[in-house]
Each structure stands twice: as C-alpha cells, then as structure tokens.
Design a protein. Structure first.
Length: 339
C-alpha cells in the first residue's frame, strides 16, 4: 500500500528531532498501568534451552476488574519495547493505557535482562530474536485469547517485521512497527557516525553496565574486550553476535535485518516512521518500494523524531501523545474488517 502522511503536527517549541525523541524520556506519562489498573507479573521460560526467563506484565481487560467500562473486545495486544527499554518505557505505557481504555487486554514484554527481568537471563536480547516473540505469543494464545495483535517499537519493530516475514506459524492477526531500523548495518553506521554519537554513547553506557554486572555467560577476557568497545559495531562484534550464536557481526546484521523479510509478510501491518528520526536513518525507507507490499500500510511523517510524536494537547488527546491513537485506530479497523 502506498505511503500516507497522517497529519502529525509537532507540539509548539518541540519541533526539533532531538526534542521529540528525548521529551518522552525526560517527561514520561504517569505509569497508571501499575496502580490504577490491575497488573500482574508473569515469568515464562525461553525455548532455547538456556534456562533464561522472560518477565511479562499483564493488564487484563478492564471489564474483568472494573464495572462500567468498555466490554472486552476479545483481543489482546502484545507490546515489545526497543533497545535498553522495558515494559515501563513511555510508549509501552501510553499505548498500553489507550489499548485498555478501548477494551483490549495487554501484555507488555520485557526483552531478556530488561526492566524487572534484569539478571534472569544469561544471554542478551538481539534484533532478530524471533524465538522470544514466538514463546510469548504462544503463551497468550494458550492462556488468554486466540485473537492477538503485536506492536513493536524501535529495535523490536525490526524483530516484529522479521518474525512475521518468516515461514512459521504466527499466532497473530495484525501488527504495527514504529521507527524500525530496517537495515541493521546501515543503522549501525549511522549511530556510530558523528550524527548519532549522542544516542550511541547513551545506549553503549547502559549495555556495558549490564556486562559489568556479570549476568552474562562470558569469559573475563571477552568481558574486557566488550567494555573497551567504542562503537556499536564493536559491541555487536565482540558481544551480541557471538553470544547470540552468529559467526560475526556482519552475519548477525545480514540475517536479522527486517528489510529482507517484508515480502514474506502474510498478515496486515502498519509501519510508522518519522523522516527526521535522529536514531534510525530514513534513506533506507525511501529506497523501499512500499507499493510492492499490499498488506503493509505505511505512515511517514515529516517530523516526530524517534518514537516521539508529541503533539499539542487537545480535548480528545489531553496528553498530546499522537502515536497511541494511530496504532489503536489501525488495530480497531482490523477488528471491524473481521466482524
């Protein structure tokens, strides 16, 4: 389907790409999902024999815990966060809240060693970890509902696109992917360049911090090597790729880049990206012939930063967070088309 520009207007005085990107991090929405809404934690084992555990946060449909709310629509939305995020990341909270208020159940997934799952896995998460998405989807399918949507952000948007483009059973009816790094090597080159080094340094610091905690199953020699890495490329070469079972970093980037899987996608999806994204370069987006993928809707906004999309508050959107409405409108439309 052709790209459409659903009108996004950045909030006054927050027009810049960096302000759009960091505003949510500095001023996140109140996480009402933990106190105002019923929430429970679920731990499930991964299926790779590592003994690693995944920590999920479950918010059941509101009608199961409150009176006078929207009835459950039969669907669950599985939310997956980006690099060094967690189930508490601003977009996980704002999209989760919007979903609950519209009658969905919500599962917020922590990738390995993220959020409350820190220390529960010997392996790191990576950009192509289809097996972890698979195990969580099967859990929702078995325990809650067979009607599932999936929404991935940033790094996990790449994971979600790869997963749904692979030849496997997918368990879900539709998906969304926000700000995906479609080509991992080119995204790495960009974040390692001068243009991206603010974000690179931030992510590298938090990833190295986890390595120093000694939670990963690696030798002291490798640990020293990893802690000396000055670039994303080196970190993935010394750590992510070998520990995840890839021969080297280029094989990891090549196998896990979602751009290679778009043609295999067999369910409806929506991909949202801002042309001024300061973390994921837009050049790759503009090279793709989106018309070749009829099941994929795309929204490319001029502004919005990386998973930012902060607009002026309005009566129907008092917090001025544009993204939840776009994603939930898409999922709602898929329910209507099935009914």
């Amino acid at each position: 389907m052709t790209s459409s520009n659903k009108e996004f207007k950045p909030r006054r005085f927050l027009e810049g790409r960096h302000l759009q990107t960091v505003y949510n991090v500095l001023f996140p929405p109140d996480n009402a999902l933990e106190d105002e809404y019923f929430s429970e934690s679920i731990l499930i084992p991964t299926n790779d024999g590592s003994g690693d555990l995944l920590w999920l946060e479950h918010n059941p449909p509101l009608s199961q815990v409150r009176k006078k709310v929207s009835p459950w629509n039969g669907y669950y939305i599985m939310l997956v966060h980006g690099m060094e995020g967690s189930s508490e990341s601003h977009y996980m909270v704002s999209v989760g809240k919007e979903a609950l208020n519209r009658g969905y159940g919500v599962i917020r997934m922590n990738l390995r060693n993220c959020g409350r799952g820190l220390g529960l896995a010997k392996k790191p998460y990576n950009a192509g970890q289809s097996e972890d998405i698979d195990v969580v989807l099967k859990y929702i399918y078995k325990h809650f509902t067979k009607s599932i949507f999936v929404s991935g952000f940033s790094l996990s948007a790449n994971m979600v696109l790869k997963f749904f483009g692979e030849k496997r059973e997918h368990y879900a009816k539709a998906f969304t992917a926000t700000s995906p790094p479609l080509d991992l090597k080119r995204s790495c080159d960009f974040i390692d360049s001068r243009a991206g080094n603010f974000y690179r340094d931030h992510f590298l610091d938090t990833m190295k911090e986890k390595v120093t905690l000694g939670i990963y199953d690696i030798t002291e020699k490798r640990k020293e090597q990893v802690l000396k890495s000055k670039s994303f490329f080196d970190f993935d070469d010394f750590f992510t790729a070998p520990v995840s079972g890839y021969a080297n970093v280029l094989e990891y980037y090549n196998i896990c880049s979602s751009v290679k899987y778009l043609s295999g996608i067999k369910i409806p999806g929506l991909i949202v990206h801002a042309d001024d994204d300061p973390v994921v370069p837009s050049e790759v987006w503009h090279e793709i012939r989106w018309k070749s993928y009829p099941l994929i809707q795309t929204v490319l906004t001029e502004k919005g930063g990386h998973v930012g999309f902060i607009s002026d508050p309005s009566p129907e959107n008092p917090e001025g967070r544009w993204l939840p409405k776009i994603l939930l409108d898409f999922f709602d439309s898929k329910i209507k088309s099935h009914s």
